[in-house]
Design a protein around this ligand. Structure first.
Ligand SMILES: [Zn+2]
Ligand SMILES: [Zn+2]
Length: 344
């Protein structure tokens, strides 16, 4: 079968690989029906994911149909249409029992798919711990609606959840890329007083205004003033940084009011500067890291109830055979791309 493979830094290539076979009783084989390209794939390409293993098939965002399950798998069966979590987790270790599945202590725990084990930019994929990593898609949810459940929607859902948002809060979201938009959709459900989004790209600002009109959209130049004058206590009560640049990292704490919570869900390509003397006395709470991707059931329920909609994000669709072209478009942000769906 065709498998888009991580050969080396700045070198991905389509390879022919044998179809995956069940290895453990907790595994499932999923036939990919739709996958996607994620910014994290570009981070692998650029060498900023040191744990990525050369030779693996890329791709960690997908929906598909279960083809086979190991004898210990209880929650899914062949023929089930499923969303796949970006993270692999055993569900039993101390971290998993606390919901911190990103730090599952199993050898495959955390982000394995399309990073340390073969992923989804292919025709079939082996999913370890199928009971925790697969979730059945409700009948009234299409593949395109469910595509982002296991990764960027999981991240947005988690980012909103850990930010402890109340109905009195002004929430400032930095960036209007795909993950930021998923975050907006999940923040919206918590009914904060106001959501402000900062984004440098004019097309993306218009895109958000058109599809997600409940947020205030500003440029980075306008952002600090706007946030300070449109919040009740001189700055945002909650800041969620989704952009991942030194300037946006700085904006995150500058836009926050004293005692605010700042949640960093972006992945940076370099170390950030945290000038603690400049923010001394502001008493900020920082939260940062990678998604604990164990809320697929809740997310699919929201999709089924039509409370969130991320289908506008799919601006382009390519066939797996043309994935190189899709990467080129996505990486260079040509043609106002937001997300690319890949059909095997
Ligand atoms: Zn991703
Ligand atoms: Zn675990």
């Amino acid at each position: 079968m065709k498998a888009y493979t991580y050969i080396d830094h700045n070198h991905f290539e389509m390879r022919e690989k044998p179809e995956p076979k069940l290895q453990k009783e907790t595994d499932a084989i999923v036939r990919v029906t739709l996958s996607s390209i994620c910014t994290s794939d570009l981070h692998i390409k650029h060498g900023s994911v040191p744990r990525a293993v050369k030779g693996i098939t890329l791709g960690h965002e997908l929906v598909g149909v279960v083809e086979a399950v190991g004898s210990a798998v209880k929650t899914v069966k062949p023929g089930d249409r499923v969303a796949v979590s970006v993270e692999t987790f055993c569900g039993e270790c101390w971290f998993c029992r606390h919901g911190w599945v990103n730090n599952c202590t199993d050898e495959h725990g955390g982000w394995a798919l399309g990073c340390r084990i073969d992923g989804a930019q292919s025709e079939k994929v082996l999913v370890p711990f199928a009971d925790s990593g697969l979730e059945i898609i409700p009948e009234n949810v299409s593949d395109r609606e469910a595509l982002f459940t296991g990764d960027i929607l999981a991240t947005g859902y988690w980012g909103a959840k850990i930010s402890e948002i109340t109905e009195e809060d002004t929430v400032f979201i930095i960036g209007a890329g795909p993950t930021a938009i998923c975050t907006m959709e999940c923040v919206k459900l918590l009914n904060p007083k106001r959501i402000i989004v900062s984004e440098p790209d004019a097309f993306r600002r218009e895109f958000v205004k058109k599809h997600y009109g409940y947020v205030d959209v500003v440029t980075p130049e306008e952002a600090l003033d706007y946030v300070r004058t449109h919040s009740d206590h001189g700055g945002a009560d909650r800041v969620i940084e989704c952009a991942g640049l030194p300037a946006t990292f700085r904006m995150a704490w500058q836009a926050a009011r004293p005692n605010a919570i700042i949640t960093i869900i972006a992945l940076y390509d370099e170390a950030m500067e945290l000038p603690l003397p400049d923010m001394y006395g502001k008493n900020l709470t920082w939260k940062a890291g990678g998604v604990d991707g164990c809320d697929s059931k809740a997310i699919l329920k929201l999709l089924s109830e039509k409370k969130i909609d991320t289908t506008p994000l799919i601006t382009h669709t390519y066939h797996l055979a043309d994935i190189e072209e899709a990467y080129e478009l996505f990486e260079n942000r040509r043609d106002n791309v937001i997300k690319v769906a890949i059909e095997p």
